[in-house]
Design a protein around this ligand. Sequence first.
Ligand SMILES: O=c1[nH]c(=O)c2nn[nH]c2[nH]1
Length: 289
Amino acid sequence: VYLKEQEYGKDRVRLAKVVKTGKWHEIIELTVCVLLDGEFEDSYTKTDNSMIVATDSMKNTIYILAKQSSCVENIEIFATEIGKHFITTYSHVHKATISIIKHKWTRMLIDGKLHDHSFHRDGEDVHDTKVVVSRKSVTIESGLKNLLVLKTTGSAFYGFLRDKYTTLPEADDRILSTNVDATWTFNIQNMASVGKIPFNDIFESVKQITLHTFATHNSASVQATLYLMAKNVLKKHSQIDSIRYELPNKHYFTYDLERFGLKNTGKDADIFVPFNDPAGLIIATVARV
Ligand SMILES: O=c1[nH]c(=O)c2nn[nH]c2[nH]1
C-alpha cells in the first residue's frame, strides 16, 4: 500500500472579532477550517512527527492572524491571508485549504435607528468560502448556504414522464419551497487580483438575484428555476466562472379532506402537509461557455 493523498489540520475553529469605531461596533463571527498538504508522509508511514505543524499551533495562528488582519470581515481575503501564511512560513507545506463560514449578525433597528452595538440572528443562512492556496496559484469559491425560501403560488409541475411507476398528479399551481445552497467559483488571474474583487458585494448580489428569480419567475420546475437563477448570476457578475445550486424540493402536499366532506383540492386547496423527508434534490452547475 501507499499513501495516495493526505491533508490534515484544525476544523471548527470559532472566532469572534469586535471592531470598534468609537461607539459604533461591528461583530464578526466565523468558523474556520485549516487543512494543510505537504511533506507529511513520514508522519503517516514512519512515525516521524518532525515535520508536523501541530493542529493546536494552527488554531493559535488563526487567532493571531485575526488580531493582525484588517480584513476579517472579508472572509475570502482573510482565508487567502491564512493560506499564504502557512505556505510562506513552512517550506514543506505545498497547499493550504482554508474554509470559513461567516455567521449572521444583523444590526438591530431600535426606535427607527440602527443600534451601535446590538445585533440579532435573523435567519440561519450564511456566507461561506473555500480558498486553496498553493505556491503557484489560488482558487476561491464562495457560497450562500441554508437560505430557506417558499412561495405559495407561481410554481407548477406538469408534463413530466408518466408510466406504471407514476402516481404524482400534475399541478398547475403549487407551493414551492427549497433551502438554497449555492457555491460559485471566481476566475482569479493572479494573487494580486484577489484584493480587487468585491466579494461581500457579490455575495449580497447573488443572494438578491436568487431571491428575485425565485419570487418572480413562474416556475415550471425546480430545474428550470435553478437554471434561470444561475444564468442571471453569471450575466451580472463577470468575475464568476461557474455557479452550482443544490435545491432540495421541500414538498407541501394537500391533505385529503374529501373523506370528511370538505373540498381541499385545486382552487380550494388551503390545507397542506409540509414534508421534510423525502425531499426532491435538484443539483446543477452552470458555467460560461
Ligand atoms: O420541480 C420538480 N422537479 C422534479 O423533478 C420533481 N419530481 N417530483 N416533483 C418535482 N418537482
